[in-house]
Design a protein around this ligand. Structure first.
Ligand code: T5A
Length: 208
C-alpha cells in the first residue's frame, strides 16, 4: 500500500508518519518511509536548493520543476521498487503538495501542474492520502515554538500563502476518493487512531 501524508507546515504529519511506521512494524509489516522533497541522493541535493533561505529569488516555475524532478527520481529509485517488493511505502508529502503549494498557493495553473505530475509520477499515485488539516492560526502558534533561524525558505511564507494552500488541500480532497481529511487539532493519539482505522478499513475492503 502506498500512503501519503499532506497538510500545511506544522500540521503534525511527520509525527503521525513515525507513529504509523511503529504501528505497522508491530504488525510485522514491511515499511519504507520517505520524505519529500528528498529520499534519494539526487533528491536530497534538490531539497537543499529548494529549502535554502539564500535562494529567495527562486521563481515559482523553477520551484515546481525542482520539486517534480526530486519526485521523479524518488518514484523510480525507491517507491516503485519497494511497492513491487510488497512494502508499505509511507510518504511525508507527495505530488499533492505541489498542487497545493505551487498551484493553489503560488498561483501556477493547475492544468500545467497536472501535466507535470503525469510525467514525474505516471500512475504511481497513493492508495490513501491523509490531509492533516489545521487552521493557519494553529500553524502560526506551532511555528512560534521554532526559532526563526531554523525556518526554511518556504516556512518563512506569510499566513495569506498558507491560507491559500489550506483551501487548496480541502478542495483537492473533494476530487478523489483516496483522500481522508483528519482534524489536526485533535490529540496526537486520537489522530493516530483515526489513521489506523482508515487503513484497516481500506485493507478490509481489498479482501472483499
Ligand atoms: N513543499 C513540499 C512544496 O512547496 N511543494 C512540494 O511539492 C513539496 C513536496 C518541505 C517544505 O516544502 C514545501 C512544503 C514545506 O514547506 P519540510 O521540512 O519537509 O519542508 O517540512 P514539512 O513537510 O512541513 O514537515 P515538518 O516536519 O516540518 O512539519 P509537520 O510534519 O507538519 O509537523 P510535525 O509532525 O513536525 O509537528 C509540528 C509541531 O507540532 C507538534 C509537534 O510536536 C511539533 O512540535 N504537534 C502537535 N501539537 C499539538 N497537537 C497535535 N496533534 C500535534 N501534532 C504535532
Amino acid at each position: 500500500m502506498f500512503i501519503s501524508f499532506e497538510g500545511i507546515d506544522f500540521c503534525g504529519k511527520s509525527t503521525q508518519v513515525e507513529l504509523l511506521k511503529e504501528y505497522l512494524i508491530k504488525q510485522n509489516k514491511k515499511v519504507q518511509l520517505i520524505r519529500e522533497p528528498g529520499g534519494t541522493q539526487i533528491s536530497e541535493k534538490i531539497r537543499d536548493i529548494l529549502l535554502d533561505k539564500k535562494n529567495n529569488a527562486m521563481v515559482m516555475e523553477t520551484e515546481i520543476f525542482l520539486f517534480s524532478a526530486s519526485r521523479a527520481q524518488l518514484v523510480r529509485e525507491v517507491i516503485r521498487p519497494y511497492l513491487e517488493a510488497g512494502y508499505y511505502v509511507i510518504s511525508d508529502r507527495f505530488h499533492d503538495s505541489s498542487t497545493a503549494y505551487q498551484g493553489y498557493g503560488r498561483g501556477l495553473p493547475l492544468d500545467a501542474i497536472l501535466k507535470i505530475h503525469n510525467l514525474a509520477i505516471g500512475n504511481t499515485i497513493p492508495d490513501l492520502t491523509f490531509i492533516i488539516d489545521i487552521p493557519t492560526n494553529v500553524a502560526l502558534e506551532r511555528k512560534r515554538n521554532k526559532s526563526r533561524s531554523d525556518l526554511d525558505r518556504i516556512e518563512l511564507s506569510n499566513n495569506n500563502f498558507y491560507e491559500k494552500v489550506r483551501v487548496g488541500y480541502l478542495e483537492l480532497a473533494t476530487k478523489e476518493n483516496r483522500f481522508r481529511v483528519i482534524d489536526g487539532t485533535e490529540t496526537i493519539e486520537k489522530i493516530h487512531q483515526k489513521i489506523i482505522y482508515e487503513i484497516n478499513s481500506l485493507e478490509g475492503m481489498k479482501f472483499i
